[in-house]
Design a protein around this ligand. Structure first.
Ligand code: AP5
Ligand code: MG
Ligand code: ZN
Length: 224
């Protein structure tokens, strides 16, 4: 097992946007638990049926369901050299399960994309997603060249069910209660790199890559 990069951040912080860039740059599979659940919802699988109510109301899907889905996904061949996690772990028990599964085999780094609550509602409520691929747009901040059409695959753009303002507010509360403690969790283990998420997307990518290189250099020094 190679490198496991974890993206932490509030809803709308830019995890999916940055994961798409980092995945290309680092050659690691992009594993988004939100995308995996949305795929299950779309295909009306039993897992999708179990997750739907939680997602649409802005609550977390129970740990046992998420953990099983995640470990199943990362056991695929494209994750053998490592992977990039977007939206997992989201609770301390999820982080503990990952830590236990990885043991001392993997190089783990947690990148925290920092953003003020005040910026989040606007990001999430203006977001548009592609039905055909997982490309992410924003009505104001990164509009598609042609309204309603994905520039990557020509697919139709839509708004996520959980991106209505009341649900975003609920997701933000859940984030502070259940996910924000992971910043301290990874900081205590010396695995955390924090980056300012309120810059242009390209600048955030650069800062994340710089943070990753610095953390690798520190590891190399540590192992000498
Ligand atoms: P998930 O899909 O993971 O949603 P989330 O964490 O709430 O995060 P988002 O996808 O909303 O935001 P993002 O950080 O990816 O931002 P994005 O790049 O799109 O999870 C959905 C649900 O699934 C959860 O609520 C839960 O129910 C369930 N779930 C998933 N994982 C789970 C888990 N581990 N445990 C339990 N339940 C789980 O960017 C947002 C917008 O901002 C876009 O429009 C984008 O274009 C724009 N933008 C991005 N960067 C910038 C920038 N730098 N400047 C300006 N605009 C920007
Ligand atoms: Mg996302
Ligand atoms: Zn598309």
């Amino acid at each position: 097992m190679g490198r496991v990069v974890i993206l932490l951040g509030a809803p709308g912080a830019g995890k999916g946007t940055q994961a798409a860039q980092l995945s290309k740059n680092l050659g690691l599979a992009h594993i988004s638990t939100g995308d995996l659940f949305r795929e299950n919802l779309k295909n009306n699988t039993p897992l999708g049926d179990q997750a739907r109510e939680f997602m649409n109301s802005g609550r977390l899907v129970p740990d046992a369901l998420v953990i099983e889905m995640l470990f199943d996904r990362v056991s695929k061949p494209d994750c053998e050299v490592g992977y990039l996690l977007d939206g997992f772990p989201r609770t301390i028990p999820q982080a503990a399960a990952l830590e236990e599964a990885l043991g001392t085999d993997a190089d783990v780094v947690a990148l925290s994309i920092e953003i003020r609550d005040a910026a989040i509602i606007e990001r999430a409520t203006g977001r548009l997603l592609c039905r055909g691929c997982t490309a992410i747009y924003h009505r104001t901040f990164s509009p598609p060249a042609q309204a309603g059409v994905c520039g990557e695959c020509g697919g139709e753009l839509f708004q996520r069910e959980d991106d209505q303002e009341e649900v975003v507010a609920k997701r933000l509360n859940v984030y502070h209660a259940e996910t924000a403690p992971l910043v301290e969790y990874y900081s205590d283990r010396d695995l955390l790199v924090g980056v300012n998420g309120e810059q242009a997307p390209d600048q955030v990518t650069e800062a994340l890559l710089a943070g990753l290189s610095a953390s690798c250099a520190a590891d190399d020094r540590g192992s000498n």
